[in-house]
Design a protein around this ligand. Structure first.
Ligand code: ADE
Length: 229
């Protein structure tokens, strides 16, 4: 079964609409939408915003359903030349706000006893690139970094870019989902479409302006990839 997680309603509404044979399952903390897309069994869940919500939700999904892969879809702030509505595909995901580097020999973002970057599934990355090559959506494959903040401050942007010069997207859940998937040994991938470009004047306004269309682009990608699974 394919697990799909989004943080906000707007990020999951199109994929929920796409479900055939839809069932709504009310668990203690989360409502899960179960159904099929292209005859494949899928569960979709709304996580809420931030890494704690994301980790709880991923764990709930894994403990209640027999997942073969986990997809995180949604929007993100873009850096390093990505534009509004482009899709960033995770090659890897890290926590930009996790720091125990002064404590021992860890890399910034690394949780002790875990890898510094959680690698997305190679097979899913290949299938995604194939799907994207046929679409008219601009995309990048690379690093995504998560933290419990909506990043707009110039100093934070500068600090994060100095730490991860190869970063394309910053958001608030993917690393928690990736870490949970890693711990349960389930393949994962993240699609984040750009709602705002870090450092732009009107970042907050842009988020509101682009969140719907960006969410739609991430949906288009996952729909195409599911068709080829
Ligand atoms: N999600 C979308 N834009 C974001 C930003 N600038 N920072 C964190 N999460 C985001």
């Amino acid at each position: 079964m394919i697990g799909i997680i989004g943080a906000m309603e707007v990020e999951i509404e199109s994929i929920v609409k796409e479900l055939q044979n839809k069932e709504t399952i009310n668990l203690k903390l989360r409502t899960v939408y179960k159904g099929t897309i292209d005859n494949k069994e899928v569960v979709v869940v709304l996580a809420g915003i931030g890494k704690v919500n994301a980790a709880i939700t991923t764990s709930i999904l894994i403990e209640n359903f027999d997942l073969t892969s986990i997809f995180n879809i949604g929007v993100a702030g873009g850096v390093n030349g990505v534009n509004h509505k482009d899709v960033v595909v995770s090659e890897g995901v890290t926590h930009h706000d996790f720091d125990v580097t002064n404590f021992s020999d860890y890399v910034r973002g690394q949780v002790p006893s875990l890898p510094p970057v959680f690698k997305a599934d190679e097979n899913l990355i290949t299938k995604t690139i194939n799907a994207l090559e046929k679409s008219h959506i601009e995309y990048k494959v690379g690093l995504i970094a998560s933290g419990d903040q909506f990043v707009t401050k110039k100093e934070t942007i500068k600090e994060v870019l100095a730490l991860y010069p190869n970063l394309y997207a910053i958001e608030m859940e993917a690393a928690a989902i990736a870490q949970t998937a890693h711990l349960y040994n389930i393949p994962f991938i993240v699609y984040r479409s750009i709602s705002d470009v870090l450092g732009d004047e009107a970042q907050h306004l842009d988020f509101n302006l682009f969140v719907k269309d960006a969410s739609e682009n991430a949906f288009k990608v996952i729909k195409e990839v599911i068709n080829h699974l």
